[in-house]
Design a binder for this molecule. Structure first.
Ligand code: 5GP
Length: 190
């Protein structure tokens, strides 16, 4: 997606060889035109998959996910990050290791917002080690629902997330794939 790649080159900020900041258009301030294009792009790729809901992980996945849910005309569900585990029959929970914070959180979903008939598209801002996506998959499958695919805005292809999720059999569509952040330079996969 050229519009996204150009925005990453113009406005992305390399923190170190492993982390890219995109606060000015995706994670803090949000570019509505870009989000609209992202929603359309995910819709075009996954439109024949009978998607019933869009799931995302708070907070940075919400902007691309809401535009995707608008294109599909299906609800978006936000998986919450709780600091402690809650024993409650109304919730699904699983522990996830945070890539950027080096801590863990409990990804949480109310049983009210999922049913075994759901066929769910997961949307997130970044793919690194695949931990957040694996957590979302676990909650969906614990509920007996299906994962239709995973849509990622920015994939860091030099980290193992894509391979791990592909080996598990999931369809991953990433709008920008970064090959390297080394030498303070952003390089994309061709
Ligand atoms: P994973 O779970 O795949 O290891 O990491 C993905 C999650 O970590 C995303 O939900 C995202 O919020 C965060 N993340 C991973 N890498 C980056 C990065 O380079 N920049 C930013 N801003 N967030 C990242």
């Amino acid at each position: 997606m050229d519009f996204l790649k150009q925005m990453i080159l113009d406005k992305g900020y390399i923190i170190n060889n492993n982390i890219l900041k995109v606060d000015s258009f995706l994670n803090h301030q949000v570019d509505f035109k870009l989000m609209n294009e992202i929603g359309l792009e995910f819709y075009n790729y996954f439109k024949d998959k009978n998607i019933t809901k869009i799931f995302t992980i708070e907070a940075s996945g919400i902007a691309p996910a809401i535009m995707t849910s608008y294109k599909f005309e299906v609800p978006m569900v936000i998986l919450k990050k709780q600091t402690s585990s809650i024993l409650n029959d109304d919730l699904y929970q699983t522990e996830v290791k945070s890539f950027t914070k080096n801590t863990t959180y409990n990804l949480t979903l109310s049983k009210k917002y999922i049913s075994p008939n759901d066929n769910i598209l997961i949307i997130d801002d970044f793919l690194a080690n695949g931990e957040a996506a694996k957590g979302a998959i676990k909650l969906i499958e614990d509920a007996g629902a299906s994962v239709a695919g995973i849509g990622i805005v920015i994939e860091k292809s030099f980290q193992p997330g894509r391979k791990i999720l592909e080996d598990l059999g999931y369809d991953i569509y990433s709008l920008a794939r970064i090959k390297s952040l080394e030498n303070n330079k952003i390089e994309f996969v061709d």
